[in-house]
Design a protein. Structure first.
Ligand code: ADP
Ligand code: MG
Length: 698
């Protein structure tokens, strides 16, 4: 970018140090460039001039040109007002001021030609416009499309309201030497996609001459932003690949062969097979794998993880599987141990609650290499956990582990181990491209055969008696039931009360000894939580009252009813996760969403979506539209959300396009050395310079 654009905004005519400081504080505008990037959020169409006789019936703003006559002051006291007649070649209408008329009046000159702008209302048979904007007919600043800028109260008080900002930017646009602003989108790409050059785009954003012009300008800038972002990720990935050598796992190994051909309890689904192939390909490539495995709840990710671990084992390496909760780690340990029971592979479970005395031999076994698979929680990250040869790290449920934790696991191995991250939160494709653009993505888009779709219903408090009756019926058929309460940090005590009240009400309606009820929540000590969980898993209790601690991964195939209390307080993805706890066995399963009668439009949409579909990807799409990408991805990755102009929920087609084009360019010229890429390359290097490693693209 040209030097001149880094000029502090204080140097701009009309802005001194004080306003500059305020602009920085309120809108984070520091330089000329920042100012240019402060784009209008809408426009007022002042391109057309209407006539008094043909004002459209549908309400809206109109602009007229004509004369003022017969200025009158009417009424007394509070109802005092200024009224005048406005006439053009076709007829007349009324202008009225209820306030501020004392100041307006002197500026009204009968016989002078004015341009007025306002919203007409029919007053009897007469059109009338209250508080119109008024300017001399030949004032050129008010024609065409007028941009509307966001501002703040403090800025407005200093004259930097939308109009003030508009004026500043107008001045700035004239001042800039555009020939010095290089276009970071190569010309051939602009031609191919019909995109504005950078100069026209910025100018037309601020003062478009038509609606089309404004939308073309925006199209260019949205594309530019997403294109840069995608290219940045590709370059980053390229740097990593060039700098990191990985283990080459070319062997299949006898245990994997034995397991795959003789011990698999069922055939893999086609989707599982496809994903296993993709993983295998990565692991033998000689570069460290960095793969995100997405698959809806119940799609069988665990088995894919296990096969990957067996690949590592077959090549003489160890594998670690890390889960976000102790319950889940236990469950993985049990599942995997039982699947591998006939094979001589040593598996260990390490969680926070493993006692010292057991821990020591375990750590030794890891270091010596006797233990092949280590399954556990965050405890795996501790420094004392050292491997003899760690070749693969599987991380279950990505969103609870940050990049930092992934990096820490990487350090436990001489070369970078292969990393497989699994998530059951389906992420819309466009978001995955944006957030995990530096990871390869595999998708399991098929559930194992024989699953019956879960029937979802939305019910209110008045149905409670029927609900309990339904629970009794299901329990008498031998099934188990979850009842989940929200737990949101801000009102933990309140939530806790609702959980306890709920538990009491359930135990009253489902008394022992006929029924047994478990309760699990975040405040229980781990041992007790575990015990309660185990009782439910073993079928000793029929009802599990819980907070969302059961959300992730828990597998109790006999549980076929999920009741979610105050369901309006959960996000869509979370509801879908919870629902995924049932429908894991052969029985028909149900999910019942209990809510208040009064629901916001958004809550209603969430409930309806849940009732309509079981498809996690569809749900994620709706969630993205309802909540926007920030809430969907959590704050952890919010860095990727510093988008100035693109909107990930609205501009999804652009994300795909930008991805394709960035990839095409990158594959053709990974170091951006082409003569038409000079500006783009400069820009990318400037980005890289702020972050470690990035200078290495050259
Ligand atoms: P998730 O993807 O949610 O982690 P799991 O790995 O827990 O799913 O698998 C859910 C259930 O589906 C498990 O009980 C598992 O044994 C079963 N399963 C996995 N793959 C298959 C398959 N190919 N055919 C039949 N059942 C399968
Ligand atoms: Mg799982």
């Amino acid at each position: 970018m040209v030097e001149a654009l880094h000029t502090p905004i204080a140097y701009l005519k009309g802005i001194g140090p004080e306003k500059a400081a305020l602009l920085k504080k309120e809108l984070n505008i520091e330089t000329y460039w920042d100012m240019l990037q402060h784009f209008p959020f809408r426009y007022i169409d002042r391109s057309k001039i209407m006539f008094c006789r043909s004002i459209p019936e549908s309400e809206g703003y109109v602009q007229l040109v004509g004369f003022i006559d017969s200025i009158q002051e009417l009424g007394v006291g509070r109802s005092k007002r200024l009224q005048c007649r406005f006439t053009d070649d076709t007829g007349s209408l009324q202008l009225v001021w209820f306030q501020g008329w004392r100041w307006i009046k002197p500026s009204l000159v009968p016989g002078k030609k004015y341009r007025i702008f306002g919203r007409p209302r029919l007053n009897g048979a007469f059109w009338s416009i209250a508080h119109p904007e008024l300017s001399p007919a030949d004032d050129a600043t008010n024609v065409g499309f007028q941009p509307v800028y966001s501002s703040t109260e403090k800025l407005s008080a200093k004259g930097l309201h939308s109009r003030g900002i508009e004026k500043l930017i107008r001045g700035l646009l004239e001042k800039i030497d555009w020939s010095q602003l290089p276009d970071t989108i190569p010309e051939e790409l602009r031609t191919k996609l019909g995109l504005y050059p950078v100069e026209s785009a910025i100018k037309s954003m601020h003062s478009p001459h038509s609606e089309h012009d404004a939308s073309e300008a925006k199209r260019r800038l949205v594309f530019e932003e997403l294109f840069h972002m995608q290219l940045e990720m590709l370059l980053r990935k390229g740097v990593r690949k060039r700098n990191e050598k990985g283990y080459e796992f070319t062997k299949t190994g006898e245990h994997l062969r034995e397991f795959y051909h003789h011990q698999l309890p069922f055939d893999l689904t086609n989707a599982q097979k496809k994903v296993v192939r993709e993983i295998h390909q990565d692991m033998k490539s000689g570069e460290p794998m960095n793969r995100l495995l997405q698959g809806d709840v119940g799609s069988g990710k665990t088995l894919v993880a296990l096969i990957s671990m067996l690949i590592a084992q077959g090549n003489g390496f160890q594998a670690a599987l890390m889960a976000p909760t102790e319950i889940l780690a236990n469950q993985h340990y049990e599942t995997i141990s039982s699947l591998l029971q006939d094979l001589p592979i040593r598996i260990a479970l390490l969680t926070g609650s493993v006692k010292r005395s057991l821990r020591k031999p375990m750590l030794e076994g890891l270091k010596s290499g006797e233990i092949s698979f280590l399954i556990g929680t965050h405890a795996l990250l501790e420094d004392e956990v050292q491997f003899s040869s760690l070749g693969l790290v599987v991380i279950d449920e990505q969103h609870r582990f940050g990049v930092a934790q992934r990096a820490k696991m990487r350090l436990k191995s001489t070369l970078s181990p292969h990393v497989l991250v699994m998530t059951a939160t389906p992420i819309p494709r466009t978001l995955a491209m944006t957030f995990y653009g530096d990871l390869e993505v595999s998708i399991i888009d098929e559930l194992p055969p024989g699953r019956k779709p879960i029937q979802t219903m939305h019910r209110f408090e008045s149905h409670r008696a029927q609900l309990y009756q339904f629970m009794r019926e299901q329990i008498s058929l031998g099934r188990q039931v979850y009842v989940v309460y929200p737990l949101i940090e801000e009102s933990e005590t309140l939530d806790f009360k609702s959980l306890e009240d709920g538990y009491r009400s359930i135990t009253e309606s489902f008394p022992s000894p006929e029924y047994n009820v478990s309760m699990v929540h975040g405040k229980l000590p781990p041992e007790e939580k575990d015990r309660e969980m185990r009782r439910f898993v073993a079928g000793e209790t029929q009802i599990m009252v819980a907070t969302t601690v059961i959300e992730v991964g828990v597998n109790v195939p006999n549980a076929s009813v999920m009741i979610i209390e105050s369901a309006q307080r959960f996000g869509l993805s979370q509801l879908h996760q919870l629902r995924g706890r049932v429908g894991r066995g052969a029985e028909k399963s149900y999910c019942i969403l209990m809510t208040d009668y009064e629901l916001s439009k958004e809550s209603k949409k969430r409930m309806d979506t849940m009732v309509e579909t079981n498809d996690g990807f569809k749900i994620a799409e709706v969630d993205l539209r309802l909540r926007g990408p920030g809430d969907l991805m959590g704050t952890q990755q919010s860095g990727a959300l510093n988008l100035r102009i693109a909107d990930l929920s609205k501009d999804q087609t652009f994300v795909v396009l930008a991805r394709e084009e960035a990839l095409e360019l990158y594959n053709r010229d990974p170091r951006l050395t082409g003569p038409s890429l000079i500006a783009l390359r400069q820009y990318m290097i400037s980005l890289f310079n702020n972050k470690p490693q990035w200078d290495k693209i050259g």
